[in-house]
Design a protein around this ligand. Structure first.
Ligand code: HGY
Ligand code: MN
Ligand code: MN
Length: 564
């Protein structure tokens, strides 16, 4: 059956149009009827939004009635489906395929339903409705022959790259790629190889391990647009943080090459080698080197095994003496754009595939050592102790309280350790990390001032000492209005509602922000938008939309610059 076209749908008589949308949602023809009122649609994505809005606007009663009319998810174990229905009052539903568009296998279906069984009722209703929207999206794509080739390609690159993981994690099926490990170098090699296959004119690895691909303009004197993101990961990470922002522009270059098109500017796509600061305290090392931010003192930083950054670079064949030459001349650049998964729940809960970033939070990180007195847990009276861990506990609760007091601020103690601790010894030392963020630098700095003042007050009260090392200071980075508008126009052109939002997470864009205009595009995360976690996920459909938005931005920029 030849796929219908959007034009068919937009001009068909009402009943014919209804037939074209028949069965997108089982036992709920009212949804398509309501959505058709918004014809004509500019895209399937816009139609998808209208269908979702029709369900949202129908209210809880109609939604529950629709859920009750659904058939149980095929493949769900009977005991689980029974328990689910007893708990929520409607059959368990699953999207008819997973994030890549392939059906879930029995284990995946069971795992997903088990996780959802623990949801509070209101959260689970949202999940069940999203499963029906996802099935409708897949049916729509099939019926109208949607092209998801770029999204599928991006999804598959991420899947293949996730095969490379550091020792100690790979064996457990976990993804961890830290700076300059063997897995990290293997990732650089794969990205380089794939850039070559996409048709980049030049592909290379620079002195800090960034993978740089250039798709040249016809005119050698043309300016350059830079884009990209990082390929290192946190420990036990997801597959999309950073990597999505490398593979999306790569898919665009692959498409431009397929069309035989050149842009009136060079496109420089960069896989930044280090952003997360996991193996060495230095963060944003890859993008930082391009803005002249590499600190030679970082070369003496040591990893957990005592290997210095200098040694790690030498083993990877990188020449530290070449790093200074990486600094980019802003005069040669139009700007920097970055695609990144949102790493949060906003787009997921709004049911939107894309978001436009308005600003990136400023961030300040410290490593703290609290030093007290180790002692016998049994013989040391409570009023004679200098317990470093108890002091850390006080500080952690203060960070939580103080950060919550400001709109948009966040404070996290992500690492906490009693070196050489024993069950029957009072902690004489406690090490912890501080990650403090806020939408503006003054707000970030006020938070940090209070937290560090409280640390001193706790130590004074308890007769302890502390050592402090600032390991990262990244300024808040508002999006450049013109570039933010370019992303907004690209998203709008796809028929996707434009949702503007701040970024709580830090990104390479905040380093390039120091020398050139920048703006970011967010892509919806699945599983509630969870990130820095193996449940991190996004769909090939949403990746397709991100690639289409990027191509739109490139075309608009090309059109604009061709107009001079
Ligand atoms: O921590 C962050 O915000 C980023 O993922 N590096
Ligand atoms: Mn990250
Ligand atoms: Mn990231």
């Amino acid at each position: 059956m030849t796929p219908a076209t959007l034009a068919d749908l937009n001009r068909a008589p009402h009943d014919e149009a209804l037939r074209l949308l028949d069965g997108l949602y089982d036992h709920a023809p009212w949804i398509a009827r309501a959505a058709l009122a918004a014809r004509p649609f500019r895209s399937l994505a816009e139609l998808q939004q209208r269908l979702r809005q029709a369900v949202d606007e129908a209210g809880a009663e109609a939604q529950t009635a629709m859920l009750r009319s659904q058939a149980r998810a095929p493949g769900a174990p009977a005991w689980l489906a029974d328990e689910y229905e007893a708990r929520f009052g409607y059959p368990c539903v699953l999207a008819e395929a997973g994030p890549r568009g392939a059906p879930l296998d029995a284990a995946q279906a069971e795992d997903m339903l088990r996780r959802r069984l623990d949801h509070p009722a209101d959260l689970e209703r949202g999940e069940a409705l999203r499963a029906l929207h996802r099935s409708a999206e897949l049916r729509l794509a099939r019926r109208f022959g949607a092209d998801t080739a770029m999204g599928d390609r991006i999804w598959d690159w991420q899947e293949e790259l996730s095969a490379h993981s550091d020792p100690g994690y790979a064996e457990r099926g976990q993804l961890t790629v830290t700076y300059l490990t063997e897995a990290h170098r293997a990732c650089a090699q794969r990205i380089s190889q794939w850039m070559g296959e996409c048709g980049f004119d030049e592909v290379g690895t620079d002195a800090v391990g960034n993978v740089v691909g250039i798709y040249r303009a016809a005119d050698p004197q043309a300016p350059t647009l830079m884009t990209g993101s990082h390929y290192d990961t946190v420990r036990n990470a997801g597959k999309y943080d950073g990597r999505l922002g490398i593979f999306t522009p790569m898919a665009c270059v692959r498409e431009l090459r397929r069309q035989g098109r050149r842009l009136p500017f060079h496109l420089e796509v960069i896989g930044f080698a280090e952003e997360e600061g996991q193996r060495f305290p230095a963060t944003f090392l890859g993008s930082g080197a391009l803005v002249g931010g590499f600190q030679p003192a970082w070369l003496d930083q040591r990893d957990a095994d005592g290997v210095t950054l200098r040694q790690a670079m030498a083993r990877a064949g990188l020449r530290a003496e070449d790093i200074a030459r990486l600094k980019r001349d802003p005069a040669r650049y139009l700007g920097f754009v970055e695609v990144h998964i949102e790493q949060g729940p906003v787009l997921y809960e709004l049911g939107l595939p894309l978001g436009v970033v308005t600003s990136i939070n400023g961030c300040l990180r410290h490593r703290v050592r609290i030093l007290g007195m180790a002692g016998h847990a049994g013989t040391t009276p409570m009023d004679r102790r200098r317990d470093a861990a108890a002091a850390a506990a006080e500080l952690i609760l203060y960070v939580e309280r103080r950060a919550a007091a400001d709109a948009g601020s966040v404070g996290t103690v992500g690492m906490l350790d009693v070196p050489g601790g024993s069950i029957n010894v009072i902690p004489g030392e406690c090490r912890l990390s501080l990650d403090l963020r806020a939408p503006s630098d003054p707000q970030r700095d006020a938070l940090a001032r209070d937290v560090l003042a409280e640390l001193d007050a706790i130590c004074a009260r308890r007769g302890l000492r502390r050592e402090l090392e600032e390991t990262m200071r990244a300024s808040a980075a508002p999006s450049h209005p013109q570039w933010q508008a370019r992303w907004e126009a690209a998203v709008d052109a796809l028929g996707v509602p434009v949702h503007r939002m701040p970024s709580g997470a830090g990104h390479d864009a905040m380093k390039l922000h120091e020398i050139m205009p920048q703006a970011m595009l967010f892509v919806r995360g699945q599983n509630g938008g969870i990130s820095h976690n193996p449940l991190e996920s996004t769909t090939s459909h949403d990746m397709q939309l991100a690639a289409e938005a990027m191509l739109r931005l490139l075309d608009d920029l090309a059109g604009g610059s061709e107009q001079g």
